[in-house]
Design a protein around this ligand. Sequence first.
Ligand code: COD
Ligand code: ZN
Ligand code: ZN
Length: 376
Amino acid sequence: MATAGQVIKCKAAVCWAPKQPLSIEEIEVAAPKAHEVRIKIVAAGVCRSDDHVLQGAISNMKFPVILGHEGAGLVESVGEGVKDLQPGDKVIPLFMPQCGQCRCCINPDSNLCYKNDIGKYNGVLLDNTTRFTCKGKPIHNFMSTSTFTEYTVVPDIAVAKIDEDAPLDKVCLIGCAFSTGYGSAVNVAKVKPGSTCAVFGLGGVGLSVIIGCKVAGASRIIAIDINSDKFEKAKEFGATECINPKDYDRPIHEVLAGMTDDGVDYAFEVIGNTGVMISALLSSHFGAGKAVIVGVAPSDATITFDPLLLLTGRVLTGALFGGWKSKDDVPKLVSDYMNKKFDFDGLITHKLPFQKINEGFELLRKGESIRTVLTM
Ligand code: COD
Ligand code: ZN
Ligand code: ZN
């Protein structure tokens, strides 16, 4: 492409500091260095972790920063040594990279990678610098991705090539929400056909857990939320029953025990609330129930429970990004979507032009949207 090797000027949503709206600015995006890829972002999802930063909930975040970790686009150019990607390829940036070489990457049972920036939030690429500048100031990256910009640069271990026919304004959800929920059911819990599942929290991720339970052949999927407005969508995606804890004067695990001959086979916490994590554990059957933590609790939170709960056979587990090894599995998830193994289009409740990104966050905070997809 004509722009290869040059600095690109484009629009980006810059987060100068928390607790203020994002600001659409003209930025400069430097050419990719060795083992980096410059991507023209076509669509980006407004996700919960971005909002956590905006609300000031992440204490070690570096500012200014370009947020966004859910997106899809086209390769504009590649740095030296990039073998698997070419200009024009359709891609999804990966907030959980896969270097293929570290202790986690070589373990088939782990999907983490030591080269991730989650929780550390150094906000730089692997050579400790960033490719973004605005008004003469360097701007940090976010979780190896930074998708709230017309162009971004990511390490080649943090981008997956996908089917050339994939609709980018849909499959961008495979970059975070859908894969996280769906994988929690099919990979992490390994839901079995005929089983009974309980899903606590019916946001975009919880609804994707429901999709996974259904694809895995669960015969009962009990959806739980304190907001009954969420039940219609939950049923659309496969929930067989919906319950609101506010409608009962006893603990929800007792209600579930009564409904399920003493507890569910699989319980998912998809909120990030430690109390609900314990409820999920208590709701799972004492002999072999599995409770899966999907939500991230506030950084200083801890949980306490009677170890006997595990001694009798329950399992408590969790994973990020649904347990998927990102670079290997994201292309397969896109193919499965194209082959109609599942459908998550209904998660996208709103579409907005990129410039209206702050409206997208308002909709998320008010609980009016499941997912807003921004198109550049
Ligand atoms: N009991 C039942 N339901 C509740 C309760 C409660 N006590 N509190 C809230 N809820 C419901 C809300 O009404 C809402 O419907 C739902 O729980 C939460 O939905 P959202 O829209 O806030 O959340 P999602 O689905 O977009 O995301 C949920 C996560 C748990 C994944 C997210 O918040 C999180 O913890 N993300 C970090 C985990 C992760 O993998 N991050 C990677 C990048 S996001
Ligand atoms: Zn996310
Ligand atoms: Zn690795």
